[in-house]
Design a protein around this ligand. Structure first.
Ligand code: NAD
Length: 296
């Protein structure tokens, strides 16, 4: 049976995911709090709904792409939330970068209604969402994962089922802790190389080709930092949230991880120099404003 899909949260990621599914001939309904965003979505073939309740009645699979865990909990379990209206047999795919405990709580409360839930956070940014080439880490029952696999395959190039509900968010937070650290260490390595007399563009190519390469040197610096574009479509506010989630997880596990601690400290200190609405790559400016800041 073809999945009829509803996407809740039609921002940088959700709208592009929904548009990809439309291109792949799924029927896709969408809801966002913003009327302007709903209008944009309708121009991309997404069928706009004025509230989550109407959307839930029509859909067998609901994708969430919301800012934070608290939004996921409110949309699923809150007053006027999905819980009251979901059809038995519905599956929720939560692509929000959220918190494992929230995923487990929501999954447990919905299970009694015959509704399945997987946490399925993504990497690849708006461009990956628009081209169906994201990577995704999924937590949930194997049978639920297999049930929604045609939808996941339409949205992603790589999918990894990492465990039970909540596991997807743990894997995603581990990934984003590394991305947050790599942005800073790459900025520091380039600062050192430039000071020692190298051309920073050539130094970046050298790093990217070597064992110190990462998505920071291979994707983020070439596309959004060196050219000062700072337009990846992922905000500082959202990456600060993810670094905060990593810090909370490390502390809740009683771990002493000095690099993770320093990374969280540097991201927290960046509030004095970089706005929440700025691009997340702007963290590089805190290391070296002359090299990575405004055009000289
Ligand atoms: P965004 O701010 O662009 O979009 C979020 C959308 O959710 C907004 O349009 C907002 O109006 C809507 N929204 C908020 N509360 C709502 C509610 N109760 N009901 C309906 N709509 C609601 O954020 P984004 O960049 O699309 O990110 C979404 C999620 O994906 C976040 O958890 C983020 O951390 C994660 N993520 C983002 C990227 C990226 O590159 N942007 C990459 C990977 C993961």
């Amino acid at each position: 049976m073809q999945h009829v899909i509803g996407v809740i949260g039609l921002g940088n990621m959700g709208r592009n995911m929904a548009a990809t599914l439309v291109k792949k001939e799924f029927t896709v309904y969408g809801f966002d709090l913003s009327a302007d965003v709903r209008q944009l979505a309708s121009e991309q073939g997404i069928l706009p709904e004025n509230d989550v309740l109407e959307l839930a009645k029509k859909c067998s699979t609901i994708i969430l792409s919301l800012p934070k865990a608290e939004h996921v909990e409110a949309v699923c379990l809150g007053e006027n939330g999905l819980k009251a209206v979901l059809n038995q047999g519905t599956t929720i795919i939560d692509t929000t970068t959220s918190v494992a405990e929230t995923s487990r709580k929501v999954a447990q409360e919905l299970e009694s209604l015959g509704v399945e839930f997987v946490d399925a956070p993504v990497s690849g940014g708006p461009a990956g969402a628009a081209s169906g080439t994201m990577s995704m880490v999924v937590g949930g029952k194997k049978a639920t994962y297999e049930h929604v696999l045609p939808v996941l395959e339409a949205m992603t190039r790589v999918r990894i089922h990492v465990g039970e509900v909540g596991a997807g968010n743990i894997a995603k937070i581990a990934n984003n802790l590394l991305a947050a650290a790599h942005l800073i260490t790459t900025a520091e390595a380039l600062t050192m190389a430039e000071k020692a007399g190298l051309d920073p563009e050539q130094a970046l190519q050298a790093i990217s080709a070597g064992s110190g390469g990462s998505a920071a040197s291979q994707v983020m610096f070439p596309n959004w930092v060196m050219n000062k574009a700072y337009n990846s479509g992922f905000t500082m506010a959202l990456m600060r949230k993810d670094v905060g989630l990593a810090k909370d997880l490390v502390e809740s596990l009683g771990l002493d991880l000095p690099m993770a601690q320093k990374t969280a400290e540097l991201w927290r200190a960046s509030v004095d120099q970089v706005e929440d609405s700025d691009d997340f790559c702007a963290i590089a400016k805190c290391t070296n404003p002359a090299l990575f800041g405004e055009e000289k």
